[in-house]
Structures are given as structure tokens and as C-alpha cells.
Design a protein around this ligand. Sequence first.
Ligand code: UDP
Length: 254
Amino acid sequence: MARRRQLYEGKAKILFEGPEPGTLVQYFKDDATAFNAQKKGVITGKGVLNNRISEFIMLRLHEIGVPTHFVRRLNMREQLIREVEIIPLEVVVRNVAAGSLSTRLGIAEGTPLPRSIVEYYYKNDALGDPLVAEEHITAFGWASVQDLDDIMALSLRINDFLTGLFLGVGIRLVDFKLEFGRLWENDEMRIVVADEISPDSCRLWDIKTGEKLDKDRFRRDLGRVEEAYQEVARRLGILPEAGARDLKGPETMQ
Ligand code: UDP
């Protein structure tokens, strides 16, 4: 088959032209970056796992009526997605203090937040994705007030749902990052979840031990990075010990 035309290469993914208009192919690489790409590395097998984990989560979101760009997985590292107009925001939802929130506000990592907090960062590598307020977003036209209403409602709904989903497999959803896009159908515009949802974009801690099962293992040189991603996939029932044919559902933890 002729190689598809590459449209964009990001830090962890490549986007190719899709087989039909309005579609793209999202390819998951093993490359990992942190601290605005100052730290670079490879996590062997990460792309394969994130492709599967993100597929699983997008499908579960679809089932509860949350619209996403996901169409279907094509192979080990690729998925077919709808082409959307990306809103240049990283939307972070937090349940427990960690990472930049702990550093910025001096709140010890692991402190439960009094309520879920939604933050917006302006997607701009040159500026290091700065934290912005609704005022900046609407004043500069990155998103409208209506877009932000939709984004906030979807983000909180996704947070409630994913918190429960991960809790069911013994994982605490500390925080995560979402991206959204505008999907045009005839003259109607809908805001849909885009990008990926995976251990690259979530903080996931084991409920019992507090062990980190996400990209912080790479950021903080904790070791056993691949194993952590595999563990998330295994608990979600995506990566069966007995091989790819033996797929079962999520494993409920007591
Ligand atoms: N995050 C992400 N991409 C980014 C920045 C953050 O996926 O460019 C995720 C990160 O994995 C974490 C959450 O968003 O789950 C909050 O990240 P934080 O603001 O604490 O930044 P960090 O500590 O990663 O610099």
C-alpha cells in the first residue's frame, strides 16, 4: 500500500492523511518528551499501549454519549480519527494536588483537592504552554464563551466517569489533560474530545501503594516506565497475559 502523506509530526504522535476526506490517521510513537521537550527519550512499546488505552477510553466515552474524534483502531500503532479544528488549549482536570499545581501553589503532592479544578493552558510550545484564564481565551478568540461552557461541562463529566472507571481497577485518577476540537457536520458545529487519553496525559496512582503508573515515571526517572503503562493496560483488560486473542473486560478490584 502506498505510504500515506504525513501532515504533522508531534512529540508523541504523527498525523497522516486519512483514507477518505474528513479523516486522519493518528500514529503513536514510542518517543517521550517532558519539560517542554527539554527531556527526551524512548519508552519501548509505549505507542502500542497508548493506542490501545486511548481507544479503550474513547470507546467508553462514546458509550456514555461524550463525542470524540475516534473512529476505529487500524493496527498496533494507528487509529482512524475524524479531522477536527483543534482548539489551542490543554484542559487539565485535577482531583489531587500534583505536578505544576503543587509547585505553583505550594500544596503538597497527594493533597486531595476540595473540589475538582479545571485549568486551561494555551497550546504554544514556544511559550511553554502558559496557564491562561477564560478572559484570555475569549479575548484572543481561541474559543468562545459557548465553546468554554461545552468544554467545562464535558471535562467534568469525563472526570467523573474516568475517576470511577479507574477506581474500579484500583487506580486513583489524580489529574489528566484533555484536548478538544470543533467538528463541522453540514452547518452544525460540535465540540468533541480529540488527541489521546493515556498514561502520557494522566496521573494514575495505585490506590493501595500510591505507586505512579504514568509518565511521571519517565519525567522523574523512577524506572520501570514500560511496566507501568503495561500495568494500566492489563488492569483495564486490554493487555491479557495469555496473548492478544484472549481479551477480557476490566478486572474489578475489591
Ligand atoms: N499534561 C499533559 N501534557 C502537557 C502538560 C500536562 O498531558 O503538556 C498532563 C500531565 O500528564 C498531568 C496533567 O496534565 O496528568 C497536569 O500536568 P501539570 O500541569 O501538573 O504539569 P507537569 O507537572 O506535567 O509539568
